[in-house]
Design a protein around this ligand. Structure first.
Ligand SMILES: Cc1ncc(COP(=O)(O)O)c(C=O)c1O
Length: 375
């Protein structure tokens, strides 16, 4: 598997949470598409593209368990969530329930729309190490008021790696007649599940993280029958209210990343979703287990292995997280990133399929060394 990725030998990349390295076969296909598009120019887009696009959408429908008419290819998750949040039929006074740990740009979109439409936002502070799914579901449920209209749930929290029990939250919200918008940025193609089985009517995804498609492709899922409820963000006056493509009037966009989605799906299938999830969890548990009891090291990820997968985070008491991340890079050539986690800063560590346990051993020694020596 490792030979399928061409990664820089200059440092150990443990920051694979921003976007995914394209596997070599996907990157090769992407370059071929780019050449073809450039050579054929408008002929490609006007004559040949729609056949390719249909094949991409069919493959996405198969993978997600959704129907083609429930899927829209976007440029990233931020765009998917903007289409949903800005197009949702909110009325003044409606309430939206979200969590402090949700993604900043999604929160900002809600804040902007809340200011424009006089919505009330309620932010939950959820436990980093819950004892059960029911505890999380209960906290969302207790915060519901008669005004609550929408609940935002981040499936895999990008800060701590925590996995939220989305299907159970959606089932609870449905009993209250509340819509759920799921931010599935990190869960898609990291965890083994089908979007359609989450039960939510609205799900935003990016395809350039764990699926490994080129940068600049995302997905929006809207359950059949709910498309008509979302007003277009990008001007569209021609399409039917039930046609999801009414939400995708983006103008001219680069087709090569979209075409390579199919190659990324093929590559993903060659591994298998459950194998991928198991390997990523193995890698994170591998380093976590070795530093969990190290004095002054705090793990900022749930203890139970099934509550996280590839992403995990830590801090070292007495050393600022930024300093830890900088020293990891300058002294040990290990690249990580700092994130706000539960009111403090932590170093986020995200291995990928090409990460070796020897590389994680380097991380473990570096953490133990810094924890022992101090700042
Ligand atoms: C939880 C979460 N939501 C949304 C996003 C934004 O994704 P994109 O950059 O594809 O818009 C990210 C990106 O890191 C994320 O981690």
């Amino acid at each position: 598997m490792r030979t399928q990725y061409a990664v820089s030998p200059d440092f150990v990349n443990l920051e694979n949470g921003f976007f995914g390295v394209q596997p070599i076969p996907v990157h090769e296909a992407f370059k071929r598409y780019e050449t073809e598009v450039n050579r054929e120019n408008s002929y490609f887009l006007r004559v040949r593209y729609s056949k390719y696009l249909t094949a991409v959408l069919d493959a996405l429908a198969l993978f997600t368990g959704a129907e083609v008419g429930e899927l829209l290819i976007t440029r990233n998750l931020t765009e998917s969530m903007n289409i949903l949040i800005q197009g949702y039929p909110f009325s003044a006074g409606d309430g939206v329930l979200l969590a402090e740990h949700d993604y900043d740009s999604v929160i900002e979109t809600l804040e902007m729309v809340a200011a424009r439409k006089a919505l009330a936002l309620t932010r939950l502070c959820l436990p980093l190490d819950p004892h059960s799914d029911e505890q999380i579901v209960g906290l969302y449920e207790q915060a519901i008021t008669p005004q609550t209209r929408v609940l935002l749930v981040t499936h895999v929290v990008h800060r701590s790696g925590q996995i939220m029990p989305v299907a159970k939250i959606v089932a609870m919200a449905r009993r209250h007649g509340i819509d759920v918008m799921v931010d599935a940025a990190h869960s898609f193609a990291q965890l083994d599940y089908k979007i359609a089985n989450l039960g939510a009517d609205f799900v935003g995804v990016n395809l350039h993280k764990w699926l490994g498609a080129p940068l600049g492709v995302g997905l929006l899922y809207i359950r059949k029958g709910r498309v008509a409820d979302i007003a277009p963000l990008f001007g569209d006056a021609q399409r039917n209210a039930n046609d999801i493509n009414k939400l995708g009037h983006f103008g001219s966009i680069p087709p090569a990343p979209i075409l390579a989605i199919r190659d990324a799906l093929d590559f993903h299938h060659s591994i298998g979703s459950s194998n991928k999830e198991a390997r990523l969890r193995y890698l994170s548990q591998y380093w976590l287990a070795q530093v969990r009891t190290t004095p002054r090291v705090q793990i900022l990820t749930p203890r139970s292995p099934e509550r996280s997968c590839a992403i995990a985070a830590f801090s070292i008491m007495g050393i600022a997280a930024q300093q830890v991340a900088e020293r990891l890079m300058t002294e040990h050539h290990i690249f990580t990133v700092v994130r706000d986690i539960a009111g403090r800063k932590g170093v986020r560590v995200t291995p990928h399929l090409f990460t070796t346990t020897a590389q994680l051993d380097l991380l473990v020694s570096a953490i133990r060394y810094m924890a022992a020596v101090g700042g």
